[in-house]
Design a protein around this ligand. Structure first.
Ligand SMILES: [Zn+2]
Length: 140
């Protein structure tokens, strides 16, 4: 069976197929969970990248104070690389100009317990920039 849906992230219409003998009872509820391939790939990538950043921040947060000073540059460089990659992919997804600032890393170094919130806040700013331009990401 063919199921018409609207991507839950970008609003682009799409179609999905399911076996005719699929036991799904409530197609309407299932339909509301669907997203296009572009958004699905981005969400999966974003989830994995956030987990990498969170993992690094947990390592940083659990260092003894005397070991932190020595490790600060190493963590700063690793977080710079991860946040620059995150910024590049998020900006590509929302189709806005690349924006990255060292403050992204500084916030993670200062508040490693808030890693997911800080990454989400960055993504929210880029998304709002996109919405301010009143453009919707198009299917690739
Ligand atoms: Zn989409």
């Amino acid at each position: 069976m063919t199921i018409n849906y609207t991507c839950k992230f970008c609003g682009v219409p799409g179609t999905a197929t399911a076996d005719d003998d699929c036991p799904i009872q409530n197609i309407e509820a299932w339909r509301s969970w669907l997203c296009c391939n572009r958004c699905g790939a981005f969400q999966e990538w974003y989830r994995r990248m956030t987990a990498k950043i969170r993992h690094l921040c947990i390592q940083w947060a659990t260092k003894r104070p005397e070991a932190r000073q020595e490790a600060r540059d190493e963590y700063s460089k690793a977080l710079t690389s991860l946040t620059q990659t995150t910024a590049l992919q998020v900006c590509r997804y929302y189709r806005v100009d690349y924006v990255w600032d060292y403050d992204f890393v500084a916030q993670l170094i200062e508040r490693p317990d808030k890693a997911e919130f800080i990454v989400k806040a960055y993504e929210d700013i880029v998304r709002r920039t996109k919405l301010a331009k009143r453009e919707i990401p198009q299917s690739a």
